[in-house]
Ligand binder design. Structure first.
Ligand SMILES: *[C@@H]1O[C@H](CO)[C@@H](O)[C@H](O)[C@H]1NC(C)=O
Ligand SMILES: *[C@@H]1O[C@H](CO)[C@@H](O)[C@H](O)[C@H]1NC(C)=O
Ligand SMILES: *[C@@H]1O[C@H](CO)[C@@H](O)[C@H](O)[C@H]1NC(C)=O
Length: 529
């Protein structure tokens, strides 16, 4: 079995807890700075060293380096500092928040990387749990929060939380969108780094084609852009072997290392090319990244389950929608030929892999959704709109409503649970079983006998539901088989049947709890049991 819903949710929520800290009442303490530094030490060696051949900023910073890289602000110093600087990147942290401690070394490393390149941005930090005046002026509520201040005016920081994501974002927002490579060492570093880089090769850094490149570089604030005007460097970067500049490509991590741009050199085409290629807009889920994806601060996940054939025409739709909902929804794709990965998840939705399926899960509240319409651009867009606005109805899995009883036992599925079980004109006895529980076969047999026994009493319904294929928000059972009695006058609290059951005990249980008159045929029936 894969994870149950409950396990999945618990796992995810515990992962989410470490993703962000929220403001809680804090007893101001001047010691907390020390606590943070202790945390820093603990977290420092978590990150694997990244390739940084041309940089002297090591992957792991000492506390002294961190201290030097960041200006430490308080309520007394913050506003005058902001007013005096053209560009400040501010980290609002809380000393008790582990996530703050994880970010701090990356933030400091970003500061050092930019200092090293002579880029004039001040990196500052403030304990926003203690310096509440500044925290309230700048709405520093969740921790950690990064703010960008231009001449004292705050702007939203929309970048990522690794050193490179931070530096790329800052470069773009202070008007240095492209780095010029001037040495083979620098070019080799770009080729070998483990992150995406857009490379432009131009005869001269001027003219309309170059301007188009520059405009895109300015807008695209997640990806680093570099440029060369030297054939030798271009060769190091595999650029322009057969072609004359201008030439553009994306260099990224394996397996798709190198994507050359084939379009015409205008802003729109370049922009589109980079959007489509810089990183998977739709991320392919595998056994390694699964947990990391669950921990994403984006809690709404929409997943396409498809095989190679159907992804060919469905992925382009998915890309288009993914672009529109970037930052609100994480778009994932699971290859249904990997059954070990796809089956347990599809089972949660009562779906199978015979056709492409689109599902959604909200990790904030554990609700799940299924796109029941045909997969089209319109239906996907509507699905995502409804998810984001909270108007989509959650999905509960259900088999089709059966047309008739089985051996005098009413078959309940997700879709008829309300009309059968919650019918206030009837007492209802419900067996909850699953297709994998060992003792359920015996229980099913007993319930058939009970169904026959009571078949003449129209006020009493004997029913069963396969909980592995059907769900209802009111059905909360995690022990199989379970026997529940829903009195006609009180549907909200079903009475649990005996754990040590026999056919006879169950009949007794029904007699005890029936609220509508059962004219008894007790002596006649005893022989039957
Ligand atoms: C910030 O101030 C500097 C110098 O005082 C000025 O050159 C720059 O244009 C200002 N930036 C903005 C966005 O107001
Ligand atoms: C879905 O597509 C199938 C075949 O393309 C079509 O027969 C069916 O009517 C469609 N269903 C809806 C709800 O549009
Ligand atoms: C419904 O049943 C529950 C549990 O058996 C009981 O506590 C509650 O008082 C009942 N409510 C009514 C209105 O009878």
């Amino acid at each position: 079995m894969g994870m149950t819903m409950v396990q999945l949710r618990v796992t995810l929520l515990s992962l989410l807890l470490i993703a962000f800290c929220v403001q809680i009442p804090v007893l101001a303490s001047t010691d907390s700075e020390d606590e943070l530094e202790d945390l820093d030490l603990l977290e420092l060696d978590l990150e694997e060293p990244e390739s940084s051949a041309s940089s002297s900023v090591s992957s792991v910073l000492t506390l002294a380096q961190q201290k030097r890289a960041l200006i430490h602000l308080t309520d007394d110093t913050a506003s005058s500092f902001f007013a005096s600087k053209q560009h400040v990147l501010l980290l609002g942290y809380a000393s008790w928040c582990t996530r703050s401690a994880e970010l701090m070394p990356e933030f400091a490393a970003a500061a050092l990387l930019l200092q090293e390149s002579g880029i004039p941005v001040s990196f500052a930090k403030i304990d926003a749990a203690i310096n509440q005046r500044t925290a309230s002026i700048y709405s520093l509520k969740g921790f950690p929060t990064i703010l960008f201040l231009v001449n004292g005016t705050e702007q939203k920081y929309t970048g990522g939380f690794t050193r490179h994501e931070i530096t790329v974002w800052v470069r773009k927002h202070i008007g240095i969108p492209v780095t010029t490579l001037t040495s083979v060492v620098e070019a080799e570093e770009v080729l070998n780094r483990d992150r995406t880089t857009v490379v432009g090769f131009f005869k001269k850094f001027e003219g309309p084609e170059y301007q188009a490149f520059l405009d895109v570089a300015m807008k695209e604030d997640e990806t680093e852009f570099v440029q060369v005007d030297d054939m030798d460097l271009a060769k190091v970067l595999n650029l322009g072997f057969q072609r004359q500049p201008p030439f553009l490509s994306i260099i990224k991590k394996q397996p798709e290392t190198y994507v050359p741009f084939e379009g015409s050199f205008d802003q729109r085409s370049i922009s589109w090319f980079i959007e489509a290629n810089k990183h998977p807009l739709v991320m392919k889920v595998n056994h390694h990244n699964q947990l990391r994806l669950y921990a994403s601060p984006i809690k709404l996940h929409v997943t396409l389950f498809a095989d190679d054939d159907s992804s060919v025409h469905l992925l382009p739709l998915f890309y288009e929608v993914a672009r529109a909902f970037k930052g609100q929804i994480l778009f994932l794709m699971i290859d249904t030929s990997d059954e070990e990965l796809s089956r347990p998840i599809l089972m949660l939705y009562g779906a199978d892999a015979s056709e492409a399926v689109v599902t959604a899960f909200n990790y904030a509240d554990g609700s799940k959704y299924l796109l029941e319409e045909n997969i089209t651009l319109e239906s996907l867009q509507l699905f995502c709109d409804q998810l984001v606005s909270g108007t989509r109805k959650p999905h509960y899995k259900s088999q089709p409503i059966p047309s008739e009883k089985e051996n005098d036992v009413e078959i309940v599925v997700g879709k008829n649970f309300e009309s059968v079980v919650l019918d206030t004109s009837k007492d209802v006895f419900l067996e909850v079983y699953t297709d994998w529980c060992v003792k359920c076969d015996a229980a099913n047999k007993a319930v058939s006998t009970i169904g026959k026994h009571f078949k003449d009493f129209s006020s009493l319904v004997i029913a069963k539901i396969d909980a592995s294929a059907n769900e209802h928000p009111f059905l909360q059972v995690d022990d199989y088989p379970s026997f529940l009695f829903y009195p006609a006058d009180n549907k909200s609290n079903p009475i649990r049947g005996p754990k040590k059951w026999s056919t006879k005990k169950l009949v007794q249980f029904i007699h005890e709890h029936a609220t509508l008159p059962l004219t008894s045929h007790d002596h006649a029936d005893k022989d039957e049991l």
